[in-house]
Design a protein around this ligand. Structure first.
Ligand code: DGT
Ligand code: CA
Ligand code: ZN
Length: 581
Protein backbone atom coordinates (compact mmCIF):
# COMPACT_ATOMS: atom_id res chain seq x y z
CA UNK A 1 0.00 0.00 0.00
CA UNK A 2 1.32 3.45 -0.79
CA UNK A 3 2.50 4.99 2.43
CA UNK A 4 2.60 8.62 3.35
CA UNK A 5 6.04 9.82 4.32
CA UNK A 6 6.75 12.20 7.14
CA UNK A 7 9.37 14.11 5.14
CA UNK A 8 8.42 14.72 1.56
CA UNK A 9 10.77 14.32 -1.40
CA UNK A 10 9.87 15.08 -5.02
CA UNK A 11 9.20 11.37 -5.56
CA UNK A 12 7.03 10.85 -2.49
CA UNK A 13 4.99 13.95 -3.34
CA UNK A 14 4.51 12.65 -6.88
CA UNK A 15 3.29 9.33 -5.48
CA UNK A 16 0.83 11.12 -3.22
CA UNK A 17 -0.66 13.01 -6.16
CA UNK A 18 -0.91 9.84 -8.23
CA UNK A 19 -2.68 8.22 -5.31
CA UNK A 20 -5.18 11.08 -5.15
CA UNK A 21 -5.87 10.78 -8.88
CA UNK A 22 -6.39 7.02 -8.59
CA UNK A 23 -8.74 7.34 -5.63
CA UNK A 24 -10.78 10.05 -7.35
CA UNK A 25 -11.19 7.84 -10.41
CA UNK A 26 -12.23 4.86 -8.31
CA UNK A 27 -14.73 7.07 -6.56
CA UNK A 28 -16.16 7.85 -9.99
CA UNK A 29 -15.05 11.44 -10.48
CA UNK A 30 -14.92 12.72 -14.05
CA UNK A 31 -11.51 12.29 -15.64
CA UNK A 32 -10.63 15.95 -16.04
CA UNK A 33 -10.68 16.44 -12.28
CA UNK A 34 -7.90 13.88 -11.91
CA UNK A 35 -5.71 15.19 -14.72
CA UNK A 36 -4.22 18.12 -12.80
CA UNK A 37 -2.94 15.70 -10.15
CA UNK A 38 -1.36 13.37 -12.70
CA UNK A 39 0.26 16.27 -14.52
CA UNK A 40 1.66 17.64 -11.26
CA UNK A 41 2.97 14.19 -10.35
CA UNK A 42 4.75 13.80 -13.70
CA UNK A 43 6.35 17.22 -13.37
CA UNK A 44 7.50 16.50 -9.82
CA UNK A 45 9.09 13.26 -10.97
CA UNK A 46 11.19 15.13 -13.52
CA UNK A 47 11.90 18.18 -11.41
CA UNK A 48 15.64 18.74 -11.00
CA UNK A 49 15.37 20.75 -7.76
CA UNK A 50 14.33 19.77 -4.27
CA UNK A 51 10.66 20.70 -3.88
CA UNK A 52 11.30 21.78 -0.27
CA UNK A 53 13.67 24.47 -1.56
CA UNK A 54 11.22 25.64 -4.20
CA UNK A 55 8.52 25.91 -1.55
CA UNK A 56 10.79 27.88 0.75
CA UNK A 57 11.32 30.42 -2.00
CA UNK A 58 7.57 30.66 -2.47
CA UNK A 59 8.07 29.69 -6.11
CA UNK A 60 5.77 26.66 -6.33
CA UNK A 61 3.38 28.20 -8.82
CA UNK A 62 6.33 28.90 -11.14
CA UNK A 63 6.67 25.15 -11.68
CA UNK A 64 5.10 23.68 -14.81
CA UNK A 65 1.69 22.13 -14.16
CA UNK A 66 1.40 23.61 -10.67
CA UNK A 67 -1.51 26.01 -10.21
CA UNK A 68 -2.72 27.66 -7.05
CA UNK A 69 -4.75 24.68 -5.81
CA UNK A 70 -1.90 22.19 -6.26
CA UNK A 71 0.62 24.64 -4.75
CA UNK A 72 -1.53 24.93 -1.61
CA UNK A 73 -1.65 21.16 -1.29
CA UNK A 74 2.13 20.90 -1.70
CA UNK A 75 2.60 23.56 0.96
CA UNK A 76 0.26 21.81 3.34
CA UNK A 77 2.01 18.46 2.84
CA UNK A 78 5.49 19.91 3.28
CA UNK A 79 4.66 21.96 6.33
CA UNK A 80 2.29 19.61 8.19
CA UNK A 81 3.15 16.22 6.71
CA UNK A 82 -0.56 15.75 6.08
CA UNK A 83 -3.27 16.71 3.64
CA UNK A 84 -6.81 17.24 4.87
CA UNK A 85 -8.17 16.72 1.37
CA UNK A 86 -6.53 13.28 1.16
CA UNK A 87 -7.57 12.32 4.69
CA UNK A 88 -11.15 13.08 3.79
CA UNK A 89 -10.88 11.23 0.49
CA UNK A 90 -9.36 8.21 2.28
CA UNK A 91 -12.39 8.13 4.59
CA UNK A 92 -14.58 7.71 1.56
CA UNK A 93 -12.31 5.47 -0.56
CA UNK A 94 -9.99 2.92 1.12
CA UNK A 95 -6.34 3.59 0.18
CA UNK A 96 -5.68 -0.08 -0.54
CA UNK A 97 -7.96 0.08 -3.58
CA UNK A 98 -5.21 1.92 -5.46
CA UNK A 99 -3.12 -1.29 -5.34
CA UNK A 100 -5.73 -3.12 -7.42
CA UNK A 101 -5.03 -0.78 -10.36
CA UNK A 102 -1.65 -2.48 -10.74
CA UNK A 103 -3.45 -5.49 -12.21
CA UNK A 104 -3.14 -5.57 -16.01
CA UNK A 105 -6.45 -4.69 -17.67
CA UNK A 106 -8.18 -3.59 -14.47
CA UNK A 107 -9.22 0.06 -14.42
CA UNK A 108 -10.78 2.35 -11.81
CA UNK A 109 -14.35 1.68 -13.01
CA UNK A 110 -14.12 -2.05 -12.30
CA UNK A 111 -12.24 -1.54 -9.04
CA UNK A 112 -15.00 0.83 -7.95
CA UNK A 113 -17.63 -1.71 -8.96
CA UNK A 114 -16.05 -4.58 -6.94
CA UNK A 115 -15.73 -2.29 -3.95
CA UNK A 116 -19.29 -0.97 -3.99
CA UNK A 117 -20.99 -4.28 -4.84
CA UNK A 118 -18.85 -6.77 -2.89
CA UNK A 119 -16.89 -4.63 -0.43
CA UNK A 120 -13.55 -5.72 -1.93
CA UNK A 121 -10.70 -3.47 -0.82
CA UNK A 122 -7.53 -5.59 -1.08
CA UNK A 123 -5.72 -7.84 -3.57
CA UNK A 124 -6.33 -10.87 -1.35
CA UNK A 125 -10.05 -10.17 -1.13
CA UNK A 126 -10.21 -9.74 -4.89
CA UNK A 127 -8.37 -13.01 -5.43
CA UNK A 128 -10.65 -14.87 -3.03
CA UNK A 129 -13.76 -13.44 -4.70
CA UNK A 130 -12.53 -14.42 -8.17
CA UNK A 131 -11.66 -17.94 -7.00
CA UNK A 132 -15.11 -18.29 -5.46
CA UNK A 133 -16.66 -17.17 -8.80
CA UNK A 134 -18.28 -14.16 -7.15
CA UNK A 135 -17.22 -11.61 -9.76
CA UNK A 136 -18.81 -13.17 -12.85
CA UNK A 137 -22.35 -12.11 -12.05
CA UNK A 138 -21.56 -8.41 -11.78
CA UNK A 139 -22.54 -6.17 -14.70
CA UNK A 140 -20.00 -6.30 -17.55
CA UNK A 141 -18.24 -9.32 -16.03
CA UNK A 142 -18.15 -13.02 -16.88
CA UNK A 143 -16.19 -16.21 -16.28
CA UNK A 144 -13.57 -15.08 -18.83
CA UNK A 145 -12.92 -11.72 -17.18
CA UNK A 146 -12.71 -13.45 -13.82
CA UNK A 147 -9.98 -15.71 -15.20
CA UNK A 148 -8.16 -12.68 -16.59
CA UNK A 149 -8.15 -11.04 -13.19
CA UNK A 150 -6.66 -14.13 -11.60
CA UNK A 151 -3.99 -14.27 -14.30
CA UNK A 152 -3.33 -10.56 -13.76
CA UNK A 153 -2.89 -11.07 -10.01
CA UNK A 154 -0.43 -13.91 -10.69
CA UNK A 155 1.49 -11.76 -13.19
CA UNK A 156 1.64 -8.92 -10.71
CA UNK A 157 3.20 -11.17 -8.13
CA UNK A 158 5.85 -12.24 -10.65
CA UNK A 159 6.98 -8.83 -11.73
CA UNK A 160 8.03 -6.16 -9.31
CA UNK A 161 7.76 -2.91 -11.19
CA UNK A 162 10.40 -1.37 -13.40
CA UNK A 163 13.53 -3.27 -14.39
CA UNK A 164 17.09 -1.94 -14.29
CA UNK A 165 18.45 -0.91 -17.69
CA UNK A 166 21.41 -3.18 -16.96
CA UNK A 167 19.13 -6.24 -17.00
CA UNK A 168 16.95 -5.13 -19.89
CA UNK A 169 19.68 -4.00 -22.26
CA UNK A 170 21.60 -7.26 -22.83
CA UNK A 171 18.35 -9.20 -23.20
CA UNK A 172 17.14 -6.64 -25.74
CA UNK A 173 20.36 -7.06 -27.75
CA UNK A 174 19.65 -10.80 -27.97
CA UNK A 175 16.06 -10.15 -29.04
CA UNK A 176 17.21 -7.70 -31.72
CA UNK A 177 19.78 -10.16 -33.10
CA UNK A 178 17.16 -12.91 -33.16
CA UNK A 179 14.65 -10.67 -34.96
CA UNK A 180 17.24 -9.69 -37.55
CA UNK A 181 17.71 -13.36 -38.38
CA UNK A 182 14.02 -13.84 -39.25
CA UNK A 183 13.13 -13.98 -42.96
CA UNK A 184 11.50 -10.76 -44.22
CA UNK A 185 12.95 -8.53 -41.49
CA UNK A 186 15.00 -5.76 -43.13
CA UNK A 187 15.84 -3.63 -40.08
CA UNK A 188 15.48 -3.68 -36.30
CA UNK A 189 15.96 -1.09 -33.62
CA UNK A 190 15.32 -0.66 -29.91
CA UNK A 191 12.74 2.00 -29.05
CA UNK A 192 10.98 3.35 -25.95
CA UNK A 193 12.78 4.06 -22.69
CA UNK A 194 15.32 1.38 -23.65
CA UNK A 195 16.57 3.40 -26.62
CA UNK A 196 16.50 6.57 -24.55
CA UNK A 197 18.70 4.66 -22.06
CA UNK A 198 16.61 5.49 -19.03
CA UNK A 199 18.08 3.95 -15.88
CA UNK A 200 15.04 1.70 -15.47
CA UNK A 201 12.54 0.51 -18.04
CA UNK A 202 8.88 -0.45 -17.70
CA UNK A 203 8.84 -2.68 -20.77
CA UNK A 204 11.14 -3.18 -23.74
CA UNK A 205 10.00 -1.65 -27.01
CA UNK A 206 11.48 -3.32 -30.07
CA UNK A 207 10.90 -2.31 -33.67
CA UNK A 208 11.23 -4.41 -36.80
CA UNK A 209 10.81 -3.42 -40.44
CA UNK A 210 8.99 -5.99 -42.58
CA UNK A 211 6.48 -5.73 -45.40
CA UNK A 212 4.53 -8.71 -44.11
CA UNK A 213 4.19 -8.34 -40.35
CA UNK A 214 2.17 -11.46 -39.59
CA UNK A 215 4.94 -14.11 -39.69
CA UNK A 216 7.22 -11.89 -37.61
CA UNK A 217 4.53 -11.36 -34.96
CA UNK A 218 3.74 -15.07 -34.97
CA UNK A 219 7.40 -15.97 -34.42
CA UNK A 220 7.64 -13.43 -31.62
CA UNK A 221 4.63 -14.54 -29.57
CA UNK A 222 5.51 -18.24 -29.95
CA UNK A 223 9.12 -17.91 -28.76
CA UNK A 224 9.93 -20.65 -26.28
CA UNK A 225 10.70 -18.17 -23.47
CA UNK A 226 7.32 -16.40 -23.69
CA UNK A 227 5.14 -17.25 -20.71
CA UNK A 228 2.29 -14.86 -21.37
CA UNK A 229 0.91 -13.12 -24.45
CA UNK A 230 -0.43 -9.80 -23.23
CA UNK A 231 -1.51 -8.59 -26.67
CA UNK A 232 -1.25 -9.86 -30.26
CA UNK A 233 -2.04 -7.59 -33.19
CA UNK A 234 -0.80 -6.92 -36.74
CA UNK A 235 1.45 -3.95 -35.86
CA UNK A 236 1.98 -4.42 -32.13
CA UNK A 237 2.31 -7.42 -29.83
CA UNK A 238 3.22 -7.56 -26.21
CA UNK A 239 4.53 -10.51 -24.22
CA UNK A 240 6.06 -11.44 -20.92
CA UNK A 241 9.17 -13.63 -20.80
CA UNK A 242 10.18 -16.25 -18.25
CA UNK A 243 12.85 -13.84 -16.93
CA UNK A 244 10.09 -11.44 -15.83
CA UNK A 245 10.81 -8.87 -18.56
CA UNK A 246 8.00 -7.67 -20.79
CA UNK A 247 8.47 -6.57 -24.38
CA UNK A 248 6.38 -4.92 -27.00
CA UNK A 249 7.22 -5.58 -30.64
CA UNK A 250 6.19 -3.04 -33.26
CA UNK A 251 6.35 -4.12 -36.93
CA UNK A 252 6.06 -1.56 -39.71
CA UNK A 253 6.91 -1.58 -43.44
CA UNK A 254 10.42 -0.35 -44.32
CA UNK A 255 9.15 2.80 -46.06
CA UNK A 256 7.54 4.00 -42.79
CA UNK A 257 10.20 2.70 -40.42
CA UNK A 258 11.39 6.21 -39.58
CA UNK A 259 7.93 7.45 -38.62
CA UNK A 260 7.28 4.36 -36.52
CA UNK A 261 10.68 4.49 -34.82
CA UNK A 262 10.24 8.14 -33.96
CA UNK A 263 6.85 7.49 -32.38
CA UNK A 264 7.86 4.33 -30.50
CA UNK A 265 11.00 5.91 -29.10
CA UNK A 266 9.04 8.60 -27.29
CA UNK A 267 9.11 9.83 -24.72
CA UNK A 268 5.43 10.51 -24.67
CA UNK A 269 6.13 14.11 -23.60
CA UNK A 270 8.66 14.55 -26.40
CA UNK A 271 6.11 13.22 -28.89
CA UNK A 272 3.43 15.55 -27.60
CA UNK A 273 5.80 18.51 -27.98
CA UNK A 274 6.74 17.40 -31.49
CA UNK A 275 3.11 16.93 -32.50
CA UNK A 276 2.37 20.47 -31.32
CA UNK A 277 5.20 21.79 -33.46
CA UNK A 278 3.95 19.74 -36.42
CA UNK A 279 0.43 21.13 -36.09
CA UNK A 280 1.75 24.68 -35.96
CA UNK A 281 3.75 24.05 -39.12
CA UNK A 282 0.89 22.52 -41.10
CA UNK A 283 1.54 18.83 -40.48
CA UNK A 284 -0.01 16.07 -38.46
CA UNK A 285 2.19 13.44 -36.85
CA UNK A 286 0.91 10.11 -35.58
CA UNK A 287 2.13 6.60 -34.88
CA UNK A 288 1.58 5.66 -38.50
CA UNK A 289 2.26 8.69 -40.67
CA UNK A 290 3.43 12.24 -41.10
CA UNK A 291 0.89 14.14 -43.22
CA UNK A 292 0.38 17.60 -44.63
CA UNK A 293 -2.73 18.99 -42.97
CA UNK A 294 -3.82 20.88 -46.09
CA UNK A 295 -4.40 17.91 -48.39
CA UNK A 296 -3.82 14.92 -46.08
CA UNK A 297 -0.94 13.82 -48.33
CA UNK A 298 1.61 11.64 -46.59
CA UNK A 299 5.34 12.21 -46.32
CA UNK A 300 6.67 8.68 -45.92
CA UNK A 301 9.81 8.61 -43.82
CA UNK A 302 12.05 5.56 -44.00
CA UNK A 303 14.42 7.18 -41.51
CA UNK A 304 13.97 9.26 -38.40
CA UNK A 305 16.14 12.02 -39.85
CA UNK A 306 13.44 12.60 -42.47
CA UNK A 307 10.76 13.03 -39.80
CA UNK A 308 12.75 15.65 -37.90
CA UNK A 309 13.89 17.32 -41.12
CA UNK A 310 10.33 17.68 -42.39
CA UNK A 311 9.54 19.58 -39.19
CA UNK A 312 12.55 21.84 -39.64
CA UNK A 313 14.62 20.17 -36.93
CA UNK A 314 17.95 18.47 -36.84
CA UNK A 315 17.83 14.84 -35.68
CA UNK A 316 17.58 14.65 -31.89
CA UNK A 317 19.61 11.94 -30.11
CA UNK A 318 17.17 9.56 -28.33
CA UNK A 319 18.75 10.16 -24.91
CA UNK A 320 17.60 13.79 -25.07
CA UNK A 321 13.97 13.04 -25.90
CA UNK A 322 12.41 13.78 -22.53
CA UNK A 323 10.90 17.18 -23.28
CA UNK A 324 13.61 18.93 -21.33
CA UNK A 325 14.22 21.64 -23.90
CA UNK A 326 15.55 19.44 -26.73
CA UNK A 327 12.89 20.37 -29.30
CA UNK A 328 13.50 24.08 -28.74
CA UNK A 329 17.26 23.49 -28.95
CA UNK A 330 16.91 21.51 -32.18
CA UNK A 331 14.80 24.31 -33.63
CA UNK A 332 17.52 26.83 -32.78
CA UNK A 333 20.15 24.44 -34.16
CA UNK A 334 21.69 24.50 -30.67
CA UNK A 335 21.76 20.82 -29.67
CA UNK A 336 24.86 19.90 -27.67
CA UNK A 337 27.64 17.88 -29.34
CA UNK A 338 27.09 14.97 -26.95
CA UNK A 339 29.83 12.80 -25.53
CA UNK A 340 30.27 9.35 -27.11
CA UNK A 341 31.95 6.18 -25.87
CA UNK A 342 34.86 6.82 -28.25
CA UNK A 343 35.71 10.09 -26.50
CA UNK A 344 36.69 8.33 -23.29
CA UNK A 345 40.45 7.70 -23.00
CA UNK A 346 40.94 7.24 -19.24
CA UNK A 347 39.48 5.07 -16.46
CA UNK A 348 39.94 6.89 -13.15
CA UNK A 349 38.23 4.51 -10.71
CA UNK A 350 38.72 0.74 -10.73
CA UNK A 351 39.86 -2.05 -8.44
CA UNK A 352 42.44 -4.82 -8.43
CA UNK A 353 42.85 -7.95 -6.34
CA UNK A 354 44.73 -5.83 -3.80
CA UNK A 355 41.26 -5.08 -2.39
CA UNK A 356 38.04 -6.69 -3.66
CA UNK A 357 38.79 -6.80 -7.41
CA UNK A 358 39.02 -10.12 -9.24
CA UNK A 359 42.07 -9.36 -11.40
CA UNK A 360 45.68 -8.31 -10.90
CA UNK A 361 46.95 -4.81 -11.64
CA UNK A 362 48.63 -6.17 -14.76
CA UNK A 363 45.39 -7.81 -15.99
CA UNK A 364 43.43 -4.64 -15.36
CA UNK A 365 45.99 -2.45 -17.13
CA UNK A 366 46.25 -4.76 -20.12
CA UNK A 367 42.45 -5.03 -20.33
CA UNK A 368 42.21 -1.25 -20.34
CA UNK A 369 44.93 -0.91 -23.01
CA UNK A 370 43.22 -3.53 -25.17
CA UNK A 371 40.10 -1.37 -25.06
CA UNK A 372 42.02 1.64 -26.30
CA UNK A 373 42.46 3.44 -22.98
CA UNK A 374 45.59 5.56 -22.50
CA UNK A 375 45.39 5.97 -18.71
CA UNK A 376 44.16 3.84 -15.83
CA UNK A 377 44.00 4.70 -12.14
CA UNK A 378 44.00 1.73 -9.76
CA UNK A 379 41.85 2.96 -6.88
CA UNK A 380 41.48 0.15 -4.38
CA UNK A 381 39.49 0.50 -1.18
CA UNK A 382 40.92 2.17 1.92
CA UNK A 383 41.75 0.55 5.25
CA UNK A 384 38.47 0.77 7.16
CA UNK A 385 36.47 -1.11 4.54
CA UNK A 386 37.36 -4.49 6.00
CA UNK A 387 34.90 -6.54 3.96
CA UNK A 388 36.55 -5.24 0.78
CA UNK A 389 40.06 -5.95 2.08
CA UNK A 390 40.92 -2.24 2.21
CA UNK A 391 44.60 -1.26 2.10
CA UNK A 392 46.61 -0.09 5.12
CA UNK A 393 49.18 2.66 4.45
CA UNK A 394 51.82 -0.05 4.49
CA UNK A 395 50.08 -2.11 1.81
CA UNK A 396 49.61 1.07 -0.22
CA UNK A 397 53.42 1.38 -0.29
CA UNK A 398 53.79 -2.21 -1.49
CA UNK A 399 51.13 -1.66 -4.11
CA UNK A 400 53.03 1.36 -5.42
CA UNK A 401 56.02 -0.88 -6.10
CA UNK A 402 53.89 -3.35 -8.05
CA UNK A 403 52.33 -0.57 -10.12
CA UNK A 404 55.80 0.68 -11.02
CA UNK A 405 56.91 -2.82 -12.03
CA UNK A 406 53.84 -3.36 -14.24
CA UNK A 407 54.32 0.10 -15.74
CA UNK A 408 57.92 -0.70 -16.63
CA UNK A 409 56.78 -3.92 -18.21
CA UNK A 410 53.86 -2.54 -20.25
CA UNK A 411 55.80 0.53 -21.36
CA UNK A 412 54.03 3.09 -23.51
CA UNK A 413 50.89 1.03 -24.13
CA UNK A 414 49.16 2.61 -21.12
CA UNK A 415 49.91 4.92 -18.22
CA UNK A 416 49.10 3.49 -14.76
CA UNK A 417 48.53 5.72 -11.75
CA UNK A 418 48.00 4.85 -8.11
CA UNK A 419 44.79 6.12 -6.63
CA UNK A 420 42.54 5.06 -3.82
CA UNK A 421 38.82 4.92 -3.21
CA UNK A 422 38.88 6.44 0.23
CA UNK A 423 36.03 5.91 2.67
CA UNK A 424 34.23 8.99 3.91
CA UNK A 425 33.73 7.61 7.41
CA UNK A 426 30.51 7.97 9.37
CA UNK A 427 31.98 10.85 11.39
CA UNK A 428 32.82 12.76 8.21
CA UNK A 429 36.58 12.22 8.32
CA UNK A 430 38.52 10.49 5.57
CA UNK A 431 40.06 7.07 6.01
CA UNK A 432 43.70 8.17 5.48
CA UNK A 433 45.54 11.16 6.94
CA UNK A 434 46.19 14.06 4.57
CA UNK A 435 49.87 13.12 4.31
CA UNK A 436 48.97 9.82 2.67
CA UNK A 437 46.26 11.35 0.50
CA UNK A 438 48.86 13.83 -0.80
CA UNK A 439 51.13 10.98 -1.91
CA UNK A 440 48.45 9.31 -4.00
CA UNK A 441 48.18 10.26 -7.68
CA UNK A 442 44.39 10.51 -7.48
CA UNK A 443 41.85 10.29 -4.66
CA UNK A 444 38.27 9.12 -5.13
CA UNK A 445 36.24 9.71 -1.96
CA UNK A 446 33.07 7.66 -1.54
CA UNK A 447 30.27 6.93 0.90
CA UNK A 448 29.62 3.23 1.47
CA UNK A 449 28.55 3.04 5.12
CA UNK A 450 25.90 4.68 7.33
CA UNK A 451 23.98 5.85 4.27
CA UNK A 452 20.85 6.22 6.36
CA UNK A 453 22.14 9.20 8.34
CA UNK A 454 19.79 12.19 8.61
CA UNK A 455 19.92 14.70 5.79
CA UNK A 456 21.87 17.47 7.52
CA UNK A 457 24.45 15.04 8.84
CA UNK A 458 25.13 13.08 5.67
CA UNK A 459 25.14 16.24 3.55
CA UNK A 460 27.77 17.79 5.80
CA UNK A 461 29.73 14.54 5.76
CA UNK A 462 29.91 14.60 1.97
CA UNK A 463 30.74 18.31 1.90
CA UNK A 464 33.70 17.66 4.24
CA UNK A 465 35.13 15.35 1.60
CA UNK A 466 34.33 17.78 -1.20
CA UNK A 467 36.27 20.50 0.61
CA UNK A 468 39.36 18.40 1.26
CA UNK A 469 41.91 19.69 -1.31
CA UNK A 470 43.41 16.21 -1.74
CA UNK A 471 40.13 14.75 -2.94
CA UNK A 472 39.85 14.76 -6.73
CA UNK A 473 36.63 12.87 -7.43
CA UNK A 474 33.53 12.10 -5.37
CA UNK A 475 32.64 8.49 -6.28
CA UNK A 476 28.98 7.53 -6.90
CA UNK A 477 27.84 10.57 -4.88
CA UNK A 478 24.39 9.49 -3.63
CA UNK A 479 25.13 5.81 -3.04
CA UNK A 480 21.91 4.69 -4.69
CA UNK A 481 21.47 1.09 -5.91
CA UNK A 482 19.07 0.34 -8.74
CA UNK A 483 16.43 -0.93 -8.20
CA UNK A 484 16.54 -1.47 -4.45
CA UNK A 485 18.04 1.54 -2.69
CA UNK A 486 17.24 5.20 -3.20
CA UNK A 487 20.55 6.61 -1.99
CA UNK A 488 21.41 8.98 0.81
CA UNK A 489 19.00 11.77 1.69
CA UNK A 490 21.39 14.48 0.45
CA UNK A 491 20.67 18.15 0.03
CA UNK A 492 21.83 18.16 -3.58
CA UNK A 493 21.68 21.94 -3.90
CA UNK A 494 24.22 22.23 -1.09
CA UNK A 495 26.36 19.39 -2.45
CA UNK A 496 26.51 20.90 -5.94
CA UNK A 497 27.25 24.38 -4.61
CA UNK A 498 30.13 23.02 -2.51
CA UNK A 499 31.50 21.04 -5.45
CA UNK A 500 31.34 24.05 -7.76
CA UNK A 501 33.30 26.04 -5.23
CA UNK A 502 35.97 23.44 -4.45
CA UNK A 503 36.61 22.34 -8.04
CA UNK A 504 36.25 18.65 -7.17
CA UNK A 505 34.91 16.36 -9.89
CA UNK A 506 31.69 14.41 -9.43
CA UNK A 507 31.44 10.89 -10.76
CA UNK A 508 28.88 9.37 -13.02
CA UNK A 509 29.44 5.79 -11.96
CA UNK A 510 28.75 3.73 -15.09
CA UNK A 511 27.81 0.52 -13.36
CA UNK A 512 24.18 -0.11 -14.36
CA UNK A 513 23.19 -0.76 -10.76
CA UNK A 514 24.46 2.71 -9.84
CA UNK A 515 24.29 5.29 -12.67
CA UNK A 516 25.07 7.79 -9.95
CA UNK A 517 24.99 10.81 -10.43
CA UNK A 518 21.77 10.30 -12.30
CA UNK A 519 20.87 12.31 -15.38
CA UNK A 520 19.14 15.35 -13.84
CA UNK A 521 21.85 15.90 -11.20
CA UNK A 522 24.64 15.38 -13.72
CA UNK A 523 23.03 17.97 -15.95
CA UNK A 524 22.91 20.51 -13.17
CA UNK A 525 26.50 19.74 -12.17
CA UNK A 526 27.67 20.30 -15.74
CA UNK A 527 25.71 23.54 -15.96
CA UNK A 528 27.46 24.72 -12.80
CA UNK A 529 30.84 24.05 -14.42
CA UNK A 530 31.64 21.10 -12.14
CA UNK A 531 33.96 18.65 -13.91
CA UNK A 532 32.42 15.20 -14.32
CA UNK A 533 34.21 11.86 -14.31
CA UNK A 534 32.65 8.76 -15.86
CA UNK A 535 34.09 5.53 -14.50
CA UNK A 536 33.15 1.87 -14.58
CA UNK A 537 34.37 1.09 -11.04
CA UNK A 538 35.57 -2.14 -12.70
CA UNK A 539 36.41 -5.09 -10.46
CA UNK A 540 37.51 -7.15 -13.51
CA UNK A 541 38.64 -6.18 -17.02
CA UNK A 542 35.33 -7.09 -18.68
CA UNK A 543 33.58 -4.47 -16.53
CA UNK A 544 35.28 -1.77 -18.61
CA UNK A 545 32.70 -2.66 -21.25
CA UNK A 546 29.93 -1.24 -19.04
CA UNK A 547 31.14 2.28 -19.84
CA UNK A 548 28.36 2.87 -22.37
CA UNK A 549 25.77 2.95 -19.57
CA UNK A 550 27.66 5.82 -17.94
CA UNK A 551 28.13 7.60 -21.26
CA UNK A 552 24.40 7.22 -21.95
CA UNK A 553 23.60 8.78 -18.58
CA UNK A 554 25.91 11.67 -19.44
CA UNK A 555 24.18 12.06 -22.80
CA UNK A 556 20.83 12.19 -21.01
CA UNK A 557 22.43 15.02 -19.00
CA UNK A 558 23.33 16.95 -22.20
CA UNK A 559 27.03 16.48 -21.45
CA UNK A 560 29.81 17.19 -23.98
CA UNK A 561 33.30 15.59 -23.89
CA UNK A 562 34.99 18.79 -22.67
CA UNK A 563 33.00 18.51 -19.43
CA UNK A 564 34.34 15.03 -18.65
CA UNK A 565 37.88 14.55 -17.34
CA UNK A 566 38.12 11.05 -18.78
CA UNK A 567 37.99 12.59 -22.27
CA UNK A 568 40.77 15.11 -21.82
CA UNK A 569 44.29 14.73 -23.22
CA UNK A 570 46.66 12.94 -20.88
CA UNK A 571 48.60 16.17 -20.28
CA UNK A 572 45.46 18.03 -19.32
CA UNK A 573 44.44 15.30 -16.87
CA UNK A 574 47.88 15.23 -15.24
CA UNK A 575 47.98 19.03 -15.07
CA UNK A 576 44.54 19.11 -13.43
CA UNK A 577 45.63 16.51 -10.84
CA UNK A 578 48.83 18.43 -10.10
CA UNK A 579 46.91 21.65 -9.48
CA UNK A 580 44.52 19.94 -7.09
CA UNK A 581 47.25 18.86 -4.67
P1 DGT B 1 8.56 2.66 -19.95
O1 DGT B 1 8.24 1.47 -20.76
O2 DGT B 1 7.59 2.92 -18.87
O3 DGT B 1 9.95 2.61 -19.42
O4 DGT B 1 8.51 3.99 -20.88
P2 DGT B 1 8.42 4.12 -22.46
O5 DGT B 1 8.86 5.49 -22.78
O6 DGT B 1 9.12 3.01 -23.12
O7 DGT B 1 6.87 4.12 -22.72
P3 DGT B 1 5.90 2.98 -23.25
O8 DGT B 1 6.56 1.64 -23.24
O9 DGT B 1 4.63 3.14 -22.50
O10 DGT B 1 5.60 3.42 -24.73
C1 DGT B 1 6.61 3.36 -25.74
C2 DGT B 1 6.56 4.60 -26.56
O11 DGT B 1 5.31 4.75 -27.21
C3 DGT B 1 6.69 5.89 -25.77
O12 DGT B 1 8.03 6.16 -25.46
C4 DGT B 1 6.08 6.88 -26.71
C5 DGT B 1 4.98 6.11 -27.35
N1 DGT B 1 3.71 6.39 -26.68
C6 DGT B 1 3.09 5.62 -25.77
N2 DGT B 1 1.94 6.19 -25.37
C7 DGT B 1 1.83 7.35 -26.04
C8 DGT B 1 0.86 8.41 -26.06
O13 DGT B 1 -0.15 8.37 -25.37
N3 DGT B 1 1.10 9.47 -26.88
C9 DGT B 1 2.23 9.53 -27.67
N4 DGT B 1 2.41 10.59 -28.44
N5 DGT B 1 3.16 8.56 -27.66
C10 DGT B 1 2.97 7.49 -26.86
CA1 CA C 1 8.64 0.82 -22.86
ZN1 ZN D 1 34.82 1.57 -6.35
Amino acid sequence: MPKLSSRYTNQSLAETFRLIADLLEIKGEVIYKTLAYRKAADNLTDLDRDINEVAKEGALTDLPGVGKAIAEKIDELLSTGKLKFLDKLAEEVPLSLADLLQIQGLGPKKVGLFWRELGITTLDELKAAAEASKLRDLPGMGAKSEEKILAGIAALARRSGRKPLGAAWPFAQDLLAWLRSLPGVTATEAAGSLRRMKDTVGDLDILAAATDSEPVMQAFVTRADVIEIIGHGPTKSSVEFTNGLRAQLWVHPPERFGTALQYATGSKDHNVRLRELALNSGYSLSEHALKRTADESEITCATEEEVYQALGLSWIPPELREDRGEVQAAKADALPALITTRDRVAELHCHSNWSDGKASIREMARGAAQRGLKLIVISDHSQSLGIANGLTPERLQQQRAEIEAVQADLGDSIRILQGSEVEIKADGTLDYPNKILAELDLVVASLHTSLGQPRAQITQRLINAIQNPHVDIIGHPTGRMIPDREGADLDMDAVLAAAAESGVALEINAHPSRLDLKDIYARRAAELGIPLSINTDAHAPQHFDLIHFGIATARRAWVTPEQVINCWDMDEILEWLKNRG
